[in-house]
Write a new protein. Structure first.
Length: 176
């Protein structure tokens, strides 16, 4: 499994931003595959996650803002000199920054999938980046998945499903 790059993160951030920009006014209260969140709450979670990871890398305060602002701060934090050599604290504990980058990529793509499902859009992430996130998730998630933790059990999915559908199913989404 190769290490993710900040360039991959920038691309995924931009593609997720397009999904958020495509939400119509009447869709903000619609349900999502994350049963506890409607579209508005899911976007707030994504923005909050960006802010949390940016703060972990930069040492600044977590200030969510809007998606564009949180995305800019996230990318600036990962692009800062020496950022990828740091050990940072994320919700799962202390991890090397490349692991934090893996986590952020997987989270953005899965929640992009959630938004696409909820709003009738198409999530368009590069298959190689999704496959990388799936390989990482398969190796790392068993270490953090708990019965009462933030991840639902994996769901079955067709072997010929798209990489993004397989990632979503592995992270507990019903696909199909």
């Amino acid at each position: 499994m190769s290490d993710p790059t900040v360039g991959q993160l920038a691309d995924v951030v931009e593609r997720t931003g397009r999904l958020i920009a495509g939400i119509t006014p009447e869709q903000w209260s619609d349900p999502t595959p994350c049963s506890e969140w409607d579209v508005r709450a899911l976007v707030a979670h994504v923005v909050g996650g960006n802010a949390l990871f940016a703060a972990a890398l930069s040492g600044q305060t977590v200030t969510p803002g809007d998606y564009a602002d949180s995305a800019d701060r996230l990318l600036a934090a990962f692009r800062a000199p020496g950022a990828l050599e740091k050990v940072v604290t994320v919700p799962f504990g202390e991890v090397p920054a490349p692991i934090a980058l893996h986590l952020r990529l997987a989270d953005l793509m899965v929640h992009g999938w959630d938004l696409a499902q909820a709003t009738g859009q198409r999530a368009d992430y590069p298959d190689d980046v999704v496959e990388q996130a799936l390989a990482f998730s398969r190796s790392a998630l068993p270490l953090v998945r708990k019965q009462d933790g933030p991840f639902a059990p994996s769901e079955p999915v067709d072997l010929d499903a798209s990489a993004l559908d397989r990632l979503a199913a592995f992270l507990g989404r019903k696909v199909g």
